[in-house]
Structures are given as structure tokens and as C-alpha cells.
Design a protein around this ligand. Sequence first.
Ligand code: PRP
Length: 200
Amino acid sequence: MPVDIAEPEGKALILPGTICKAYNLCMAKEDLSLVYDRDMIDARVATLATEITREYKNLNPILISVLKGSVIFFSDLIRRLDFGIELDFIRLASYGPHTKTSGEVNIIYDVTLDIEGRHVLLVEDIIDTGLTVKKALDHLNKRGPASIKLCVLIDKPWQRLTPVEAAYTGFTAPDRFLVGYGLDYAERYRNLPEIYALEK
Ligand code: PRP
């Protein structure tokens, strides 16, 4: 029986299921329950793209994907933007092979474009403690962008250890560890087309 979770944006489905069978993941120790299906994700990405277009269409913005987790969301989002943009990437990591952050965020790969005087939109898959995006925003702000805002697919605002707020949010998530659509557990499950809760 699906469990409904009330949310400000979008509604999470929690469907205990047969994902192992469907995706041939039977070697995995974990069970996965469906939370956001393809239609739900597509609808939210389309809405975000409309909102971003409204604000940025005449600004020639630089969109920066926070690797690795945001790469699937990023590629779906940018293909829905039909105006001039430039792309870049930054990689930060803190979780390692665990479901809890280590608290220490490291920049592993930096942007290559000059962002001084440019309008920047940082694109993340998920904000949890906020430590990753805080580090990225502090780092990028030192380079003098004209503006910098945050677009996130999944937010867990109650988990914050530092105050950060996204200008664009796809879903406010249930209190579960999520995988799929770029999100990983110990590097696995990023390639799942939907988003699932990890049940250990
Ligand atoms: C994950 C996720 C976010 C960050 C969110 O990245 O992709 O970047 O954690 O957590 P926070 O708000 O508590 O900082 P991770 O460090 O696991 O690297 P990855 O993107 O390569 O999976």
C-alpha cells in the first residue's frame, strides 16, 4: 500500500517494490522503495525550466553542475532551456561510502569559466546539511559573479547544519536516504531513472 507524505512541492510515493528484480540489482543488500517516478520528475524539471527561463533568458547565465550527483538532473534541465547559456562543473564530496556526511567538504574539481560579472546558477541534486552548497557558494562568490543562485531537485530543509536556501526547488523530500537519478549509495544506483528510498 503506498504511503502518502504531504509536501509543499510534489508528493512522494513510497512504494515498497520489486526494484531489485526490475533493474537486476539482486546482488545488492538493500531494498529500494519508489519515491519519485519518471512522470513526477519530468513534470518538476519542466516547471523548474519554465521558472528559470523567466528569470534568466536575457542574462546569458552560467549554469554550474555540482558533480557527481546532479549530472542527470542537470542534463535534463538544460535541455529544456531554449536560450543562451554556458555550462561548467564543480565537484565537491563529503559523504564517501556512507549515508551520513563526514562534515568535511572538499573541492575536488573546480570550474574553468571566468564567472566574474556573470549570472550564475548552481545546480544540485540534493541539499541535506547544506555544507556542500555553502562551501561551493562561498568559493564561487569570491570570484565576483554578478549574481549567484541555487537550483536543487530535492531539498531536506530540516537537516540543515548551515543556513542555505534554494531559489528553485523540485521536491521537499521525505526523511529517507534517497538514491537514483544521479543520487548514490557508495557510488551505486546513480543510473536508476527514478528516485528510490534505500531500505537497509
Ligand atoms: C551529495 C549530494 C550533494 C551533497 C548534499 O554529494 O550530491 O552534493 O551530498 O549533502 P549536504 O547538503 O549534507 O552537504 P556527495 O558528497 O555524496 O558527492 P556526489 O555528488 O559525488 O555523490
